[in-house]
Design a binder for this molecule. Structure first.
Ligand code: NDP
Length: 485
C-alpha cells in the first residue's frame, strides 16, 4: 500500500498525535503550548463566514456555454461569437430562507451564471423569473426586510409581506409569477433562467443594442403544489441538492437553451412601456427570442464551500461587447453585489480560485487583507503605479464601449407616474388555464392566512385591476380557507 501523506499543522509541521491532547498528568489540565489543539479549535470557531443576506441557500455546478448562432453584428464579445465554448459555473438559490432552509419552498429562485471568458469574467446574476418586485433600488432593502424575520417574533411575517406588496402595485407581476405554478419548481433543472434586467451589446461599429437574456430549460417545467412541497419537505430539506448533484453524478447533464431579445438603441424611446423597468417584460411578439446557443452543467464541485459558497457573482462583471443599461435596479446591483462579496469574502474575493478569471489579471490595486495577488508580474518591481515608464500594463482602447446616450434632469422621478402595473399581468393571467388560475388563488389565500382584513382587501383591489376573475377567485379562496379553519 502506498505510504499515506503526513498530517500537518497549517504551517506544515507534522502532527505527531491527533487523538490525545497534551495534558499535565493523565487526568489534565491541558497545556497552553498544545498549539495543535488550539489551532484546531480556533479554526472550528471560524468555519462559518457571513451568510448571504439574500440567496443564502444555494446549489450549483460547473459546465460550459456553447454559442451556435451568429450575433456578431450585435457584439464583439468573444464568448458570444459563433462556435465559442466558455467554461462556466452556476449557482441557483432561494431568496428568503437562511442557509439551512428547505429547498422546496415557494420563493423566487436565483439563477447566477459566471462565464470565464478570454477577456475576464462575465456574470449574469438573474432569477427564474423575467421580472422583479420593485423597480427602484431605494425600495430594495425595505422589500427584503419584509421577506426576512420579524425583529420581535423572529418569525417570517405574512402581514409585512402583503402590507408592502399591497402598497407597491409594481410588485403585482412578480407576485403573480411567485404564486403561480412556476413559483415552486421541482428541481433547479426544471425552471428557466432570465437575466431579468435589460443589458446592452455593442459591436465593432460602436453601435449599442439593448438586450434581454433568456435560458430555457430543456428538462421541461415541473412544479410542486403547496401540499406536495410540504409533504416533501417533511421527508427531505435538500431535494434540490439531491436532484442536481445526483443528476450530474449519474452523467445526466442538464441543459438550457440560450436566447436573446434585441432592441435597437433608439427604439427604447418609442415603446409603450419603459424597457429599462425590471417589473416589465419585452413582449415576444415585438421582440422575438433569438436562439444563440446553450449551456450544459456537467461537473459537480469537488468542495461545496470552496466552489459554490465562495462563488461571488456580480452584475458589475461584464466584458468587452456586453454592458449595462439605465435600469435603476441594475445600476444599484452593480455596486451592491460586489460590495456584498467584499463584506462576505474579503477585499480580494476575486482572487479566490473559483472567482479568479482564467484570462490574465493585471491591476494596480495594492495590499489589503488576504491579498495573495502580490502585484503585477512583470519582473520589474518598479511597476506598481500607472502611468509608468517601466513597461507596466496599459489600457486597451478596443474595450471602450460607445457612449451611453442620456437625456433629462437629475431629479427624484416618481417611478409610479405614467407606469402601467397591470397590462402585462393581465397578459400573464390570461395564459393560465383554469387549473392554474385556481391554484394561483389558493396559493395566495394560504400565503395571506392571518393577515389583517384591510391589507387582504387592499391587495384584492389590485388583483381586480388585473382581471375581475383574479380578484374574485382570490376572495373566494380566502373565504373557503377561513370557513375550513
Ligand atoms: P407570449 O404569449 O409570447 O409569451 C408568453 C410567455 O409566458 C411564454 O413564452 C412563456 O415564457 C411564459 N409562460 C407561459 N406559460 C406560463 C406560465 N404558466 N407561467 C409563467 N409564464 C408562462 O406573450 P408576451 O411575450 O406578450 O408575454 C405575456 C406575458 O407572459 C408577460 O406579460 C409575462 O407575464 C409573461 N412572460 C413573458 C416573457 C417575455 O419575455 N415576454 C417571459 C416569461 C413570461 P418562456 O418562454 O420564457 O417560458
Amino acid at each position: 500500500m502506498a505510504k499515506r501523506p503526513t498530517m500537518t499543522t497549517s504551517a506544515g509541521a507534522p502532527i505527531p498525535d491527533n487523538q490525545n491532547s497534551l495534558s499535565a498528568g493523565e487526568r489534565g489540565p491541558l497545556l497552553m503550548q498544545d498549539y495543535q489543539l488550539i489551532e484546531k479549535l480556533s479554526h472550528q470557531n471560524r468555519e462559518r463566514i457571513p451568510e448571504r443576506a439574500v440567496h443564502a441557500k444555494g446549489w450549483g455546478a460547473l459546465g460550459k456555454l456553447v454559442i451556435t448562432g451568429d450575433i456578431s453584428k450585435y457584439t464583439i464579445a468573444k464568448c458570444l461569437q459563433p462556435g465559442a465554448e466558455t467554461p462556466m459555473i452556476s449557482r441557483f438559490s432561494t431568496v428568503a430562507g437562511e442557509a439551512g432552509a428547505a429547498d422546496a419552498e415557494r420563493d423566487v429562485r436565483g439563477f447566477s451564471l459566471k462565464f470565464y471568458t478570454q477577456e475576464g469574467n462575465w456574470d449574469l446574476v438573474g432569477n427564474n423569473t423575467p421580472v422583479f418586485f420593485v423597480r427602484d433600488p431605494v425600495k430594495f432593502p425595505d422589500f427584503i426586510h419584509t421577506q426576512k424575520r420579524h425583529p420581535k417574533t423572529n418569525m417570517r411575517s405574512p402581514t409585512a409581506m402583503w402590507d408592502f406588496w399591497s402598497l407597491s402595485p409594481e410588485s403585482l407581476h412578480q407576485v403573480t409569477i411567485l404564486m403561480s405554478d412556476r413559483g415552486c419548481p421541482q428541481t433547479p433543472m426544471q425552471m428557466n433562467g432570465y437575466g431579468s434586467h435589460t443589458y446592452s451589446l455593442w459591436n465593432d461599429k460602436g453601435e449599442r443594442f439593448w438586450v434581454k437574456f433568456h435560458f430555457k430549460t430543456e428538462q421541461g417545467h415541473a412544479y410542486y403544489t403547496n401540499a406536495e412541497a410540504a409533504n416533501l419537505i417533511g421527508k427531505t430539506r435538500e431535494s434540490y441538492q439531491e436532484a442536481l448533484f445526483g443528476s450530474i453524478e449519474q452523467g445526466k447533464f442538464p441543459k438550457w437553451k440560450m436566447q436573446i431579445q434585441i432592441m435597437p438603441e433608439a427604439e427604447a424611446e418609442k415603446t409603450s412601456y419603459n424597457p429599462f423597468d425590471i417589473t416589465k417584460v419585452w413582449p415576444h411578439a415585438e421582440y422575438p427570442c433569438i436562439d444563440i446557443g446553450y449551456f450544459e452543467l456537467n461537473k459537480n464541485a469537488e468542495n461545496y464551500f470552496a466552489e459554490i459558497e465562495n462563488a461571488a457573482y456580480s452584475p458589475s462583471n461584464v466584458v468587452p461587447g456586453i454592458s449595462y443599461s439605465p435600469d435603476k435596479m441594475l445600476q444599484a446591483r452593480i455596486f451592491s453585489y460586489a460590495d456584498a462579496h467584499r463584506h462576505r469574502l474579503g477585499t480580494h474575493y476575486e482572487n479566490i480560485p473559483v472567482n479568479r478569471p482564467k484570462s490574465p489579471v493585471n491591476h494596480y490595486h495594492r495590499d489589503g487583507q488576504m491579498n495573495t495577488y502580490g502585484g503585477i508580474k512583470t519582473g520589474n518591481p518598479d511597476v506598481y503605479y500607472e502611468p509608468n515608464s517601466f513597461d507596466g500594463p496599459v489600457e486597451e482602447p478596443r474595450a471602450k464601449e460607445p457612449p451611453l446616450k442620456i437625456s433629462g434632469d437629475a431629479a427624484r422621478y416618481n417611478h409610479r407616474e405614467g407606469n402601467d402595473d397591470f397590462v402585462q399581468v393581465t397578459a400573464l393571467f390570461n395564459l393560465f388555464d383554469a387549473g392554474e388560475k385556481q391554484r394561483l388563488a389558493s396559493n395566495i389565500a394560504e400565503a395571506m392566512a392571518g393577515i389583517p382584513v384591510e391589507i387582504e382587501e387592499r391587495q384584492c383591489k389590485l388583483f381586480d385591476q388585473v382581471h375581475a376573475d383574479y380578484g374574485s377567485s382570490v376572495r373566494a379562496a380566502i373565504a373557503k380557507l377561513k370557513a375550513s379553519s
